[in-house]
Design a protein around this ligand. Structure first.
Ligand code: 5GP
Length: 125
């Protein structure tokens, strides 16, 4: 079910539980403000989720409330994962769903990184 991204942050969401260590995940990158881990249901050979450690529902929430340091950390983590994962040469796609029309399911901001095969058109028509 897509979530309403205007709702307050829900500490019971699955990524909050991963951040608290209550659920396992395969870490790809971690720093003070950002965690990246493999998606449990990969849609491409490489499918990584990059999340802020702070309590942000969506991109607009994050961009309004996060510190410059948190924002820089997330953006730099995406690039570092792409470079160090060898994704730059063959190419990759980043995507962040926000709210109802996007189909966002987990109400904690996450950036998807997809790579490892031709990814097809940007959106279904
Ligand atoms: P959204 O549709 O919100 O943009 O993407 C949510 C993503 O979270 C999906 O790709 C889904 O497979 C992934 N996901 C959901 N639950 C878990 C989980 O428990 N662990 C991991 N690693 N990924 C999850």
């Amino acid at each position: 079910m897509p979530i309403d991204a205007t709702q307050p942050y829900d500490d019971a969401n699955i990524f909050a539980r991963i951040l608290r260590g209550e659920l396992p995940s395969k870490t790809v990158h971690e720093d003070e403000h950002t965690l990246a881990f493999n998606d449990i249901n990969p849609l491409a050979p490489t499918h990584i989720l990059v999340i802020p450690k702070g309590r942000y529902v969506s991109w607009d929430d994050f961009s309004a409330k996060a510190s410059d340091e948190e924002i820089a950390s997330l953006v730099r983590a995406v690039g570092k994962i792409a470079r160090e994962g060898g994704l730059v040469q063959s190419g990759y796609r980043i995507l962040a769903n926000s709210g109802l029309n996007s189909g966002q399911e987990v109400p904690h901001l996450h950036v998807h990184i997809f790579a490892g095969r031709p990814l097809g058109p940007m959106l279904a028509k």
